[in-house]
Design a protein. Structure first.
Ligand code: HEM
Length: 415
């Protein structure tokens, strides 16, 4: 099973170091899908860490690939604006989706504050019991000695249940959240949607569904779910329908794809690193440092983009006002100048939270503690039941330069 993958890795390495630097375009979804991005980013970090790509499917853009430069861009929001979009792909003008991750202060700050209590210490403590109970139920239903898809049975199910809880969403319809999450970030090339029109039609179904829930809750006593929080707060109660949909999709994608791919990526990393898996079996207390290492290793969101509001010199290059700047977290997390042995998965790293996967600055992930808690509970419950879960086939990856993820991973729990 390793041979095909290693041939592909070898030819990617040869291509990465022979292609003229000016032609290097990191936005190609196929390189993420076949997991051959690594030597391309390695070369950029070494030879051209702030790299201009003049032509791509998404127009011209800068690639920022080193840890420290990414940190500079992410924490200098006065210069690098999120307004209007946070992915390399430009937002569709005919289908605008305002959301607070794609806004600058002061509106960003006001809206973020509305939903922040979802991860207050009291709420997290309450959620812990619910997550543990649901995780156990999912594990109790898994087949033993049979091959099954870990993504569908565990990663998707668990994160979708979590989201349904955060929204207080009708339980029996919860897989709609999974679908809307996938559709929200899908391109036509992903195979998930038939056309852009079909994508927008599905998202409007999402809007209609959530509008019903809003109408039920806006005149009721304020609940502790995300919809009630938005319906009862000054900064969000007067949002237009597209802004409501935008913020919903932010919370759905934010809470879904990311944690889902950390759940899958962690099991994959342990299978690819049997020495680390053994360490974990011998000392489950390592879960606390393993979880942030999984999040670094997987880097579930490959990039975030900004637009320069003024000329700015970064790494000796002049970024001009109006330029598109892409921070490749997936590369910064493998930067040998900032992280010791970055290409190794090490579950007892001394500083495991030294990674970029949650971003930095005013947009730093609002759900990071919740995500970590979910993963800690997951691994605690796995280690109580299943000392080993075996990978049966190489995983299938998503065609996307934004969601760095896995669509299918066949595994077996030995009898
Ligand atoms: C391992 C799991 C997760 C990863 C890797 C992740 C990653 C990220 C990243 C990279 C950002 C943007 C940071 C920046 O621009 O500097 C972000 C923002 C955000 N995330 Fe997460 N996330 C995860 C889980 C969650 C969860 C569980 C939720 C909650 C439901 C969530 C909600 C959000 C929200 C609301 C924002 C926007 C924050 C803002 O603009 O102020 N995320 N996340």
């Amino acid at each position: 099973m390793a041979d095909g993958a290693s041939d592909l890795a070898k030819s990617a390495r040869a291509e990465a170091y022979s292609i003229p630097l000016g032609d290097l375009d990191m936005s190609l979804g196929e390189r993420f899908q076949d997991d051959t991005i690594w030597p391309f980013f390695e070369r950029l970090r070494q030879e051209d860490p702030v790299h201009y790509c003049a032509e791509s499917e998404f127009g011209p853009y800068w690639s920022v690939t080193r840890y420290s430069d990414i940190m500079t861009v992410d924490t200098t929001h006065q210069v690098f604006s999120s307004e209007g979009g946070i992915t390399i792909a430009n937002p569709r003008e005919e289908f605008p989706l305002p959301m607070f991750i794609a806004m600058d202060p002061p509106k960003h700050d006001a809206q973020r504050k509305v939903v922040s209590p979802i991860v207050s210490p009291t709420n997290l403590a309450e959620l812990e019991g619910i997550i543990r109970e649901r995780t156990c139920a999912i594990f109790d239903a898994l087949p033993i000695g049979e091959t099954f898809d870990w993504v569908d049975r565990v990663s998707i199910e668990l994160t979708t249940q979590m989201l349904a809880t955060l929204f207080d969403f009708p339980w029996e319809d919860r897989r709609k959240l999974t679908r809307w999450s996938d559709v929200a970030t899908a391109s036509e090339k992903s195979g998930l949607i038939e056309s852009e029109e079909a994508r927008q039609a599905e998202l409007m179904e999402c809007a209609a569904y959530f509008t019903r829930l809003w109408n039920e809750r806006v005149n009721a006593e304020p609940g502790r779910d995300l919809i009630s929080m938005m319906a009862h707060a000054d900064a969000t109660r007067d949002m237009g329908p597209m802004e409501y949909l935008g913020n919903l999709l932010l919370l759905i994608v934010g809470g879904n794809d990311t944690t889902r791919n950390s759940i899958t990526g962690g099991l994959l990393a342990l299978n690819q690193n049997p020495g680390e898996y053994k360490k974990l079996r011998e000392n489950p207390a390592l879960i606390a440092s393993m979880v942030p290492e999984i999040i670094r290793w997987q880097t579930p969101l490959a990039h975030m983009r900004r637009i320069a509001l003024e000329d700015y010199e970064l790494g000796g290059k002049l970024i001009r006002k109006g330029d598109k700047v892409v921070m490749w977290y997936v590369s910064g997390n493998r930067d040998e100048d900032s992280i010791d042995r970055p290409d190794d998965f090490i579950i007892d790293r001394p500083r495991p939270r030294h990674h970029l996967s949650f971003g930095f600055g005013i947009h730093r992930c609002a759900g990071n503690r919740l995500a970590e808690m979910q993963l800690i509970i997951l691994w605690e419950e796995i280690m109580k039941r299943f000392p080993r879960i075996e990978l049966m086939e190489p995983p299938k990856r998503i065609y996307s330069n934004f969601i760095h993820g896995i669509t299918e991973m066949k595994v077996r729990i030995p009898a």
